[in-house]
Design a binder for this molecule. Structure first.
Ligand code: ATP
Ligand code: MG
Length: 444
């Protein structure tokens, strides 16, 4: 595999860790080593990896716990368990629970190379599928979401730096994924960094890399995220939390397209497209002296502002339906919201946006004893509201033109079928093509 991949390697035995890291780095991959579970979880919170290799037994926990965490954050990342002879049984058990493979100690290095190459190949295939549908993953028929989609299409064709702004849970990461997947860099590396999750000590070397001996603990040279993203895209999430001194360094990188590793003397050219996201009002941060104005201008070349969910209530039923499908698959059972419950969902103002809705759908899904989710099963802050009035008699709303009425009715039917256009078209008695044409006209 030609692409550089990011591998998280967890083993408390120094020599094992060193040997494996060396083999993998020789193959061109970048390894983040961790000697215990706490360190590993820290890494997982901050970055996504292409592959995880973990010892089954760790001083402060076990590989299963790491697998759990990783599966919840990055379901597609394969995990290889490393195990001593005594615990092969557990390793086999782990593969039944979702680990990709296991290796026994002492690790056969040839076998290691093969397993890693296969796992990474699999990841690449899966990601291709996921990325191809990234724009479709963005649910919402509101005019505001249509505009966001249009901006994504536009900017994806360029190499411009993008700043995605939106309240927490509005889908900033989904938008970043969509831009990357539609861009000419889609097949190249896509490196995500959560600026807020990296510790003060780690962040500089994570982003820019370091030379051997740059600081105590820098036992070998390490490439930073920018270098890993060379030729591809880097996503700087929570950019508003970046330290001022690093903002200077970032600005230089954006302007000059080059980086300096920590402790390094040479300048290294990097070619990567930057997508940044924040839920902060960066302009206000600039005014407060917490964010550099020059960096703000440099990032703000193309801005996508994702509107909060309360400004597009018509997207609520669609999103709710989308999440219902997801949980139906996960819990292997189908459930529906009652009309009344849906009207409660639409009446709520969603301070936590789509993520809060996702959580509300899941908790009510789990709480509903039967297949119908009633208002009482919704979180209290939502069930306690008066629902929006029923929309089942749009014909009676006074002052609407036939066209407006048709539009409302079409969206209502779409929502009823959880966004499934084939079903909606059938129920409306029109062809699928006609439905698409109408939707396009509404959105333009
Ligand atoms: N338009 C959408 N269509 C489908 N799912 C969405 C949409 N918007 C958000 N989601 C889902 O809601 C959750 C939150 O989205 P995401 O992580 O992209 O938000 P965010 O803006 O990055 O949030 P935060 O500021 O908290 O990091 C995810 O599970 C995502 O899949
Ligand atoms: Mg996010």
């Amino acid at each position: 595999m030609s692409r550089k991949c990011r591998i998280l390697l967890i083993d408390d035995h120094d020599a094992t860790r060193e040997t494996i890291a060396e083999v993998l780095e020789d193959t061109g991959h970048t390894v983040s080593p961790a000697e215990n579970m706490a360190r590993a979880l820290e890494h997982l919170e901050a970055n996504d990896f292409d592959l995880i290799l973990t010892d089954l037994k760790l001083p402060d926990g076990d590989g299963m716990r790491i697998m759990e965490k990783s599966k919840s954050l990055y379901p597609a990342t394969p995990i290889v368990m490393i195990t001593g002879h005594g615990s092969i049984e557990n390793a086999i058990e782990a593969t039944k629970l979702g680990a990709y493979e296991y290796l026994t100690k002492p690790v056969d290095l040839n076998k290691l190379r093969v397993i890693v190459a296969n796992a990474l190949h699999l990841v690449q295939l899966e990601r291709k599928v996921v990325r191809a549908s990234a724009l479709e993953a963005l649910i919402g028929q509101s005019a505001k979401m249509a505009q966001v989609r249009e901006q994504i299409r536009q900017v994806a064709q360029t190499d411009a730096t993008v700043l995605i702004q939106g309240e927490s849970g509005t889908g900033k990461e989904l938008v970043a994924n969509a831009i990357q997947s539609l861009s000419r860099r889609a097949g190249e590396s896509f490196v995500k960094v959560n600026v807020a999750a990296l510790t003060k000590e780690l962040i500089e070397s994570e982003l820019f890399g370091h030379e051997k001996g740059a600081f105590s603990g820098a036992i070998r040279q390490r490439k930073g995220r920018f270098e890993l993203a060379d030729g591809g895209t880097i996503f700087l999430d929570e950019i508003g939390e970046m330290r001022l001194d690093l903002q200077v360094k970032l600005l230089r990188t954006l302007q000059e397209q080059e980086i300096d590793r920590v402790g390094g003397t040479e300048t290294i050219p990097v070619d990567c497209r930057v997508i940044a996201a924040t839920n902060r009002d960066l302009k206000a941060k600039v005014q407060a002296g917490e964010f550099r104005e020059d960096l703000y201008f440099r990032l703000n070349v193309f801005r996508i502002a994702i509107p909060p969910l309360r400004e597009r209530p018509e997207d609520v039923p669609l999103l709710a339906g989308h999440f219902l499908h997801r949980f139906a698959a996960r819990y292997e059972t189908e459930k529906q919201f009652s009309d009344e419950a849906l009207r409660h969902l639409q009446a709520y103002d969603w301070p936590g946006n789509a993520r809060e809705l996702e959580n509300a759908v899941e908790s009510s899904f789990v709480r509903a004893p039967g297949s119908l989710i009633e208002p009482a099963m919704l979180p209290e802050e939502i069930s306690g509201l008066s629902p929006v009035p029923p929309a089942d008699s749009p014909g009676l709303a006074p002052g609407l033109t036939i066209e407006q009425l048709e539009k409302q009715y079409i969206y209502a039917e779409l929502a009823r079928f959880d966004g499934n256009k084939t079903h909606a078209a059938k129920s409306l008695g029109i062809g699928l093509k006609t439905l698409y044409r109408k939707l396009e006209a509404y959105e333009s």
